[in-house]
Design a protein around this ligand. Structure first.
Ligand code: CTP
Ligand code: MG
Length: 354
């Protein structure tokens, strides 16, 4: 009978939510790890200042947006506060040489990447059992802004948003579908899928759309634009927490179950573009339709996720046909496991992350 089914669903969701909280808490970085990372940042900043005295090294990505897992890599951005600065490509080469000479890091400069970076890594050692991996980019101010946007979304409803995102990050790593170099999706891409779902799919929404909320005071175009991109979003989180309360009361487990269901069966992969800024868009309207249909050798735009600020940039453009097939297969598998509602929620969690 229906009532009994409803009760069993409720009980499972409650237990599974608790399991999720307990699970992600153990995966957060320790205070010690954060301190080591901060020391590394300071050291690198000091060295880079010998080439560019007016530079600052800032963290972005997961170490700065509240979605960091234990032993995650470090994303650093070097900002230079002077008018006459070297081109990013030259800086990458010079910084690469310098760090090779002065530190124990393995150094790999990638001066010709879309965003020129220096890749650094330290091998595991006693006291640093997982080593350190770190990318340094130059003048990548948009990345700092999108990091801040993600952080604001995390802070509006930490129990639900952070738990969902952290779980999906671990899950996608364990299921091996978090390798942009191998045709699957970056963590950044998964975070955008979660936010898209919470802002535009769930009804009532769990999160507001920060990019369309009006500013509290009039602001000029200079303030809202960076390199021609509109980077405005409502970032007064204290005020937002006072004024905005979601009427969606779903638990984190219910949201996760729906998330898997939505991306297994409902999202229109063939024509749709997920945009946290503007909701569901079409590949056609963005000019992202053609590239695989024309049979171009490098497959692009199977999966389309619009970058929140760089709106011509498809964050998931490198996801291949096989990659998308695998990712969707994993969403379906997760959905199936959760639909069976095993007696113990912990068993479901273990199965999901097998
Ligand atoms: N980024 C981007 N475009 C991408 C991928 C990443 O602009 N296609 C930028 C974003 O600013 C993002 C940051 O790089 O916040 C780090 O991306 P990523 O490593 O994918 O996310 P993390 O949250 O750092 O995840 P992880 O812990 O797995 O490193
Ligand atoms: Mg990262």
């Amino acid at each position: 009978p229906q009532p009994r089914k409803h009760a069993s669903r409720q009980r499972f969701a409650q237990e599974f939510s608790q399991c999720l909280y307990d699970f992600v808490i153990q995966l957060l970085p320790t205070a010690e790890e954060l301190a080591v990372k901060e020391d590394v940042r300071k050291l690198l900043e000091r060295l880079i200042r010998t080439i560019e005295p007016d530079s600052r090294l800032l963290q972005f990505g997961s170490t700065a947006n509240g979605f960091s897992l234990r032993n995650s890599d470090m994303d650093l951005c070097c900002l230079i506060d002077s008018e006459e600065r070297l081109a990013a490509t030259d800086l990458v080469n010079m910084a690469g040489d310098l760090l090779e000479r002065e530190t124990k890091f393995h150094v790999k400069p990638l001066p010709h990447a879309r965003i020129p970076i220096v890749k650094l890594s330290l091998d595991p050692a006693p006291g640093l059992p997982y080593g350190i991996a770190c990318d340094i980019g130059f003048e990548n101010r948009l990345a700092l802004e999108n990091t801040r946007l993600l952080m604001c979304y995390a802070m509006i409803d930490p129990p639900r948003v952070r738990t969902m995102v952290l779980f999906l990050k671990v899950w996608s790593k364990r299921r091996k579908i978090n390798s942009p170099y191998k045709g699957t999706l970056s963590s950044y891409g998964y975070v955008l899928l979660v936010i898209y779902f919470l802002v535009h799919v769930k009804s009532p929404p769990v999160l507001p759309n920060l990019q369309v909320m009006p500013p509290l005071r009039p602001i000029s175009k200079e303030e809202t634009h960076l390199n021609g991109h509109n980077i405005w979003f409502f970032d007064d989180i204290e005020l937002l927490r006072q004024r905005w309360k979601s009427s969606n009361t779903d638990s984190v487990a219910e949201l996760l179950i729906d998330f898997f269901k939505f991306y297994s069966r409902e999202f229109q992969y063939s024509h749709g573009v997920a945009s946290i800024r503007a909701g569901l868009l079409t590949k056609d309207s963005k000019g992202w339709e053609s590239e695989y249909e024309k049979g171009s050798p490098r497959e692009r735009n199977r999966l389309c996720i619009e970058d929140p600020f760089e709106v011509d940039y498809n964050v998931s453009r490198c996801v291949t046909k096989d990659g998308l097939y695998t990712i969707r297969g994993e969403f379906m598998r997760a959905s199936r496991i959760l639909a069976t509602r095993p007696d113990r929620a912990i068993v479901a969690l273990a199965q999901l992350c097998e």
